[in-house]
Structures are given as structure tokens and as C-alpha cells.
Design a protein around this ligand. Sequence first.
Ligand code: HEC
Length: 281
Amino acid sequence: MLRIGVFVLAVLVLAGLAGHAVAEDAVLEFARDGAVVRRLDRAALEKGCGVATVELEDPYYGRRMAYVACPLAKVLEMGFGEASQQLAAHDYLLRARDGYVKPATGRRLMEPGGGLALADARREKAGEAGWAPIDRKQVDPAPFYVVWSQPGQQDTNVYPWPYQLVRIEVGSIAAAYPEIVPRTAAAGSEAWRGFDTFKGECVACHAINGQGGKVGPELNVPQSIVEYRPAEQIKAYVYDPETFRHTSMPAHRHLTPAQLDELVAYFRAMSTLKRDPGRLP
Ligand code: HEC
């Protein structure tokens, strides 16, 4: 009788644990070449990442929030087991639960200010489970949410703020958008360096040959930007668009004159590699 009682108790405890594991199924996958190389759950992340509470202006909630968060650079280090210099040299694809993919350069992800939010600190302190619904669609941001805490990092087109994050992949933006690659330009040329800047600073908003962001205009087809605007004007515009018109295009005053020249060289190279998918759907 007693033995049966213990057995039943053990089953109940195991069932309880299993239920708990399902409810807490917050696992972040790290993948490379299509294969998962590591899986880290909240406990593992928290143990190794130097977790802290960070307060920041949240563009999706539209208010100041506090998160229990890991430094993003440390998360990449734990997931891929590489040093920061190597990590900064890759491109990444940040994959959400629903399949949404946000491309980001390693240079951007390794910038100070990036964090992986594990939980809403105020809710957790108040003993409330889970997250408040987020964004216009009012979805549950679980399991993980990429956040940025420094001033100037709140534009979600410039900094990746994916919620419902389930996987970080080392994967090239060029592979995801093959038609934006200046493939006929010489390796290491100005055009390729311009492409690097374009991937890091522009592709989130602008498409080339129909591939990339849709926030700003297509810049290559049917006419390339270098075919209807002089180079000096393009550079001045990219540097500080507000000097031309009131606009939602952000200024890029951190770009050097050489980087602006490289962007123009990239656009020139792409103007010889047109592939027009036709009008926007
Ligand atoms: C946050 C989104 C965003 C980012 C990032 C962005 N742009 Fe823009 N861009 C826009 C929008 C929106 C417009 C159109 C509105 C306007 O021109 O006032 C625009 C307009 C432009 C135009 C003018 C097009 C024309 O025909 O008048 C150029 C050139 C341009 N962007 C280049 C760039 C380059 C190069 C970068 C990266 C260094 C970049 N943009 C980054 C949103 C963005």
C-alpha cells in the first residue's frame, strides 16, 4: 500500500515536472549552415551571461520598460563559442517563432547596448507570469526579445528588435538576398565595401532588385539612384536627409566621406546588374 502510494506520488511529481518543462519551454537555438549547434534555455542563459535588469525606451511597447536581460554579445559568445572579433565578422538571421526573419550584421549585434530580454522585470517582480502583449498586433513576445538600451538605438528599422525569437543563425544576408550582391565587382573593391555598409545600414529599409526592406524606395530598378541623381547629391542626402526634406529616412552622420563614396560605387555596380521583378505587389 505504502509502495503504491510512493509510486503514485513519484508519477505525480514527474508529471508535474513535465508540465512545468512544457510551460517553461523557452529555448534559444543557435544554428550554422542549417544545423543547430547549441540550445540554451533560460536557466542556462541566466547562469552564464551576466544577467542584469536593464531599463530602456521600448519602441514596440511605446513606453519605458525594465527587462531581465543578457548582454547580446555574451549570448552570441555562449551560443557559437567564438571570440567577439569572429562573431562580429558574420552575418546573422534572427528567426521568430512564426518564421519571420530579421537579417543583421555581426558588427551591429555586437554593439554595446544590445540585450536579450528573458522576462519583463516589473511583471516578474509582481509575481505575474509571462509578457504583456506587444506591438500593433498585440502578440505574446515570448520566448525571447532582442532589445537595445542606448540612446539612438530605438529605430526598429536600423536596430533589430525581433520578439518571439527562437533561433539565431549564422547565415549570410547575401544568401537570403542574392540579387543585391555586386558579384561582377572585383573582390575588395570600393563597391564591395559599399555593399558591407549597405547590408549593415540600409537593406533593412531599402530594396535593390526587389530584395530587401520596403520602408524606403527601391534603389536600383527600373532606374538606379545613380542614373537620376548626381553622386554628390546622393551622398549629401544619405548623410543628412533633413537638409533636403522632412523625412523618416534617418541621418547617417557617422558615415565617413570614404564610406559614402563606397556606397555610390556599390550603387554604380548594381546599376549594371539589374533584375527588375516588376512593380511592388
Ligand atoms: C529607417 C529606414 C531607412 C534607412 C535605414 C535608410 N533609409 Fe533611405 N530612405 C528611407 C525612406 C523612408 C526614404 C524615402 C523618403 C524620403 O526620401 O524622404 C528614403 C530615401 C532614400 C533615398 C532617396 C531616394 C530618392 O529617389 O529620392 C536614398 C538615396 C536613400 N534613401 C539611401 C539610403 C542609404 C544609402 C541608406 C543606408 C546608408 C539608407 N537610405 C538608409 C528610409 C531609410
